[in-house]
Design a protein around this ligand. Structure first.
Ligand SMILES: [Zn+2]
Length: 427
């Protein structure tokens, strides 16, 4: 039966390709979702858990959110349940995107929008997430099947389309703008876009859409030799966009497609993909739930376990018009933003004035730094408390003798060199 349902899914997908009416495409998508849920039911039967209405911090084995809600008790996140209000769009459900989608699903994200035009192949099995029995399904449908099984509380939307085509771009833009209501109110569009695509052209399309919408996004990438990767935060107008600093080969006008060598396939490792997906979702969580520091750019070189970071300001001469518009808007609102930040800082500092703890049962007291310094300098100058003497020579004496010895050695070395030179000349 599962085979029949799979082929029905494929038929619906090809039917969608022949229809241009947006309303009809929507109903075909709904039909596909229903078929996917039937496939899920036939596969997992009674083991599938039911939806959870409210996230609870109760520590019982049957609570899927107890370990996540503990982040509040540990003082890391103020209000973890807010995660249910957020919508995240993931473009590219490959080695990085699928793992990122699974992580966000397990974290209980409110809504996930998944975009990819490809189908699952056996050649994808060296990476995480997809299973051999999903070969032939579109990546987005296969992802919905797995993810809805893991966490039925997440609203999943599957968009099997190519965003680099005119029609695909239109649907992509519309879906990013669509309003969405969850129990605690209304969200407009999505809160974050994660780009997990593997080519420059698709990144430029995500860049264009996000610049036009003023939408914050994060970009990720893994190198063709599978041993390095990066993530980057892009806030239109505030940080460099993807067109602000194009890769050299693209800036010199070479068509990316001509770079691909016939018969040469890119390498990929589940490890590097997993690390990059982990870094990407970690920063997405920090951004959404407002904790820690969100990296503007974080590289990963697995050969040396090196993680470079840097910040990139927008280019005032960027070739992308929407980027220039967002830069202007950002500059116009700067004074208001600075004033708000200043008053927030002042409010915080006035709140922090006075002792943190009036009394404590361990009689711990805060020692002034200047007091510490004077104590230290006492030790160095040799002024010890009454009755104590230095066992070893003091630091000054040591330094003095070392310094003279060092200069003596240098002089000796120079004389020796001179002698050798003279001997050579004589010969
Ligand atoms: Zn730009």
């Amino acid at each position: 039966m599962e085979e029949d349902l799979r082929s029905l899914l494929q038929d619906l997908e090809s039917l969608k390709g022949c229809v241009s009416d947006r309303y009809r495409i929507g109903s075909i998508d709904e039909m596909k979702q229903r078929v996917v849920s039937i496939v899920n039911l036939t596969k997992s039967g009674a083991t599938r858990r039911s939806k959870v209405k409210d996230m609870s911090a109760e520590v019982v084995d049957s609570n899927p959110y107890s370990r996540l809600m503990a982040l509040q008790r540990m003082g890391i996140v103020q209000n973890y349940e807010r995660i249910r209000d957020f919508s995240v769009a993931i473009v590219g459900i490959g080695g990085v995107g699928s793992v990122a989608a699974e992580m966000l699903t397990r974290c209980g994200i409110g809504r996930l929008l998944l975009y990819d035009y490809d189908t699952v192949e056996l050649a994808n099995m060296n990476r995480l997430f997809f299973r051999p029995d999903q070969v032939g399904m579109t990546k987005t449908d296969a992802a919905v099947q797995t993810l809805s099984d893991i966490n039925p509380d997440v609203v999943l939307e599957s968009y099997s389309l190519n965003i680099t085509t005119v029609k695909g771009f239109e649907v992509f833009m519309e879906s990013l703008k669509r309003r969405f209501s969850q129990k605690s109110g209304q969200n407009s569009g999505v809160d974050l876009v994660l780009s997990c695509v593997d080519n420059y052209e698709a990144r430029m399309v995500v860049n264009q859409a996000c610049n036009e919408l003023g939408q914050t996004w994060m970009e990720s990438g893994v190198s063709e030799d599978a041993v390095s990767g990066h993530i980057q935060l892009l806030v239109p107008g505030e940080t460099a966009c993807f067109a602000c600093a194009p890769p050299l080969v693209v800036a010199s006008g070479v068509d990316e497609r001509t770079l691909k060598r016939e018969g040469v396939c890119a390498a990929s490792l589940p490890t590097t993909m997993g690390v990059v997906a982990g870094l990407l979702v970690q920063n997405a969580l920090k951004y959404l739930l407002k904790f820690g520091h969100v990296s503007p750019y974080l590289g990963y070189n697995s050969l040396k376990d090196f993680f470079p970071t840097m910040e990139m300001r927008p280019n005032p001469q960027c070739s992308n018009n929407a980027c220039i518009e967002r830069q202007k808007e950002y500059l116009q609102t700067k004074p208001a933003r600075d004033a708000a930040a200043k008053s927030k800082l002042e409010a915080e500092s006035s709140k922090n004035e006075g002792p943190l703890h009036m009394d404590n049962e361990w009689n711990i007291s805060v020692v002034d730094d200047s007091e510490m310094d004077s104590q230290n300098s006492c030790g160095v100058s040799g002024a010890l408390p009454e009755g104590l003497i230095h066992e070893l020579p003091t630091a000054e004496k040591d330094h003095g003798s070392l310094a003279t010895e060092e200069s003596k050695t240098v002089e000796d070395d120079l004389e020796e060199l001179q002698r050798q030179l003279d001997a050579l000349n004589a010969a």
